[in-house]
Design a protein around this ligand. Structure first.
Ligand code: SF4
Length: 94
């Protein structure tokens, strides 16, 4: 009876360790590809309407003091442009 080696194919019909690992790597790649659209969707920004954006501050809160603000007029989570004196419900203080 032949023994299966970790590094050499034995020539028999039973899958060896190498084939098992290759199938596992292929399955993981397929999973990563399948998961990518969800990741990309998670990276989409909210519209101004969804975020309740307004072009003026709310009380003492404004984009300029928000951790999501990217000067001069962008936001990490709301579609731009946004004004430094704007505000949305996604405001997060620095
Ligand atoms: S207040 Fe809203 S729109 Fe302004 S930077 Fe923060 S998250 Fe973006």
């Amino acid at each position: 009876m032949r023994k299966h080696s970790a590094d050499r194919a034995c020539g028999c019909s039973q899958p060896g360790r190498r084939q098992f690992l290759m199938r596992g790597a292929t399955a993981l790649t397929a999973l990563a590809i399948a998961a990518f659209p969800r990741y990309a969707a998670a990276q989409q920004k909210a519209s101004k309407e969804q975020a309740g954006y307004q072009p003026r501050p709310k009380d003492s809160q404004s984009c300029a003091s928000c951790t999501n603000f990217m000067p001069p007029r962008d936001c990490k989570v709301v579609e731009g442009p946004v004004a430094p004196n704007g505000w949305s419900r996604l405001y997060k203080p620095k």
